[in-house]
Every structure is written in structure tokens, then in C-alpha cells.
Design a protein around this ligand. Structure first.
Ligand code: R5P
Length: 285
């Protein structure tokens, strides 16, 4: 088996290779002067079972993923599993207004064309799995987040809205702590309102758990409420730390700790989804 990482996921590819008892292969990604992407796979993959790991937080990451799949298939590999740890466009999962694209579906159609199976992590809405015509599995990063929060002495877990409470429940159940949720209303892409709700957080170490932190607007509003209600410490935890538009700096002013997984590699990536991905891959064999 060969594990290859694209330029968005080199660390996770290495960790996954180690979990599987393999050494990760080498890929090269460059940009032509006009900005077009160039990729090359440096290992001989003839008749290999290949795992390709590449998050798609940007459009450039998507193109790189498609080119890497093409380069891998040129070797006549035995099988290719594409791991998309963070799948961009996951939140554009349906038609919100007439005339728009169903972006998730469109990107999925491109990604599934050249692979045998796809693995995703904490996908925003499980419904988008129905857009796949090939085997696809969604892995949870919440168990690793639960381990971290338990170690940090967190006494209560909160979801920023009722719709995402199932993820917070996985975390709370694995830590043996109580779970509650806030009531969020999204005003626009950057603004959310969290309705005031009295919570049992006074002098407690509390974690807010979400799948994605993008602009940080959701966590910021939630954290302010918890601090106003006397929480001793607020930890923001997510699987996918996008931290768009200076979100990290904004959050650091209110949250005591911010953590994410290595689906998007950044300074807050303190937990790894590699062990769970490795288990899923071993089940395929
Ligand atoms: C949305 O429903 C997601 O679960 C996240 O709550 C959302 O993507 C976070 O976005 P932001 O950080 O921009 O508030």
C-alpha cells in the first residue's frame, strides 16, 4: 500500500501512513507562471493499493486533488481510496435560491470520477453522501476531541446550535460530562445571533464543540455568553479549523484555548484523525 498526500495534507498523510505501518510516498506540486497547477507522483505505483490524502479548503486544492488522482491512475494502480479530510463546499449542500449551483454535488461528481472510494471526516451534512455513486464513508474526529477535552478537565460540552448537538453528544458521552446547546440564528455569512439561554456554566471549564470554525462568528458569540454567565474557562474545539478573515486572533481575545484536528493543518491542530482514518481503511481491505 502507498499513502500519498497533496500539498494541503502532508502531515496527516504522514501520520496516516504511520498508523497503517507504511511510509508515505512523495508528490510534487508546483505552479506554472500563469498560476496553473502542476503535479507529479515520484513513486512507482504500478498495481499498488493507493491512499491519496488531500483536503479541499480552496479551489486550488480541488484542482490539485483532481490532477493527483489522474497522475496516480496513470500508473494502473490496483485501487485508489481518496481521503478528503476537509471537504470544501460541504455547506452549499442544496439549492438555497433559484439559479444557484448545488456546489457540494458538483465537486463530488468531479472527485468521484477517478477513484474507487472516498473517505470524509465530520462532514457538515450527512445528506451529501447521497450525491456519491461510489462507496463513501464519513469518519468522526469527535472521539479524539473528547480525549483531549477530558485530559484538559472540561466539565461541560456545548453545541452552538441544536442542529449540531449530535456531535457534542458524542464528545460529552465519551467524556462522561453533561451536554447542552445554544440557540443560533445565522444573519449572514459573517454574522450570527445566539439567543440568551441560562446554562449551568458558572465557575466551570466549558467546551464549545462545532464541526467547522470559519469566520469564528458562531464561537465568538457563544463564548461571550458563557463568559458573561461566569464560565471559568472556555475552550473552542472543532474538527475543521478554517479560521477565515483573522478568526483566530478574534477568538483568542475571548476563548482561553482553541483546538482543531489535522484535517486542516494549522497551529491549533492538536488532535489527529489519522487513527480513525486508518481503522476505516483497514476495514476496506
Ligand atoms: C454551520 O452550521 C457550522 O456547523 C458552523 O457552525 C459554521 O460553519 C461556523 O461558521 P463561522 O465560524 O463562520 O461562524
Amino acid at each position: 500500500m502507498k499513502v500519498l498526500g497533496g500539498s494541503a495534507s502532508p502531515l496527516l498523510a504522514d501520520r496516516l501512513a504511520k498508523e497503517l505501518g507504511e511510509v508515505s510516498g512523495k508528490t510534487v506540486t508546483k505552479r506554472f507562471p500563469d498560476g496553473e497547477c502542476y503535479v507529479r507522483v515520484m513513486d512507482d505505483l504500478e498495481r499498488e493499493d493507493v491512499i491519496l490524502v488531500q483536503s479541499t479548503a480552496t479551489d486550488a486544492d480541488i484542482v490539485e486533488l483532481l490532477l493527483l488522482q489522474d497522475a496516480i491512475q496513470e500508473y494502473r494502480v490496483r485501487s485508489l481510496i481518496t481521503v478528503v479530510p476537509y471537504f470544501g463546499y460541504a455547506r452549499r449542500d442544496k439549492l438555497f435560491n433559484k439559479g444557484e449551483a448545488i456546489s457540494s454535488r458538483s465537486v463530488i461528481q468531479a472527485i468521484q470520477r477517478n477513484t474507487d472510494a472516498v473517505l470524509l471526516v465530520d462532514i457538515h451534512n450527512l445528506m451529501i453522501l447521497t450525491y456519491y455513486d461510489i462507496p463513501v464513508e464519513n469518519i468522526s474526529g469527535m472521539l479524539q476531541i473528547a480525549d483531549f477535552l477530558k485530559e484538559a478537565g472540561v466539565e461541560m460540552v456545548l453545541s452552538p446550535d441544536e442542529g449540531s448537538v449530535s456531535r457534542a453528544r458524542i464528545v460529552g458521552q465519551n467524556m462522561g460530562t453533561s451536554v447542552d446547546y445554544l440557540e443560533k440564528t445565522r444573519i449572514d455569512g459573517e454574522t450570527v445571533r445566539i439567543t440568551t439561554k441560562m446554562l449551568d456554566v458558572y465557575r466551570k471549564r466549558v467546551a464549545i464543540v462545532d464541526d467547522i470554525i470559519s469566520t469564528g462568528g458562531t464561537i465568538l458569540e457563544a463564548a461571550k455568553q458563557l463568559k458573561d454567565q461566569g464560565a471559568k474557562e472556555v475552550i473552542a474545539a472543532c474538527t475543521h479549523g478554517l479560521f477565515a478573515q483573522g478568526a483566530l486572533e478574534k477568538l483568542e481575545k475571548v476563548c482561553d484555548t482553541i483546538i482543531s484536528s489535522d484535517t486542516i493543518e494549522n497551529e491549533t491542530s492538536v488532535v489527529s484523525v489519522a487513527p480513525e482514518l486508518a481503522k476505516a481503511i483497514q476495514n476496506y481491505q
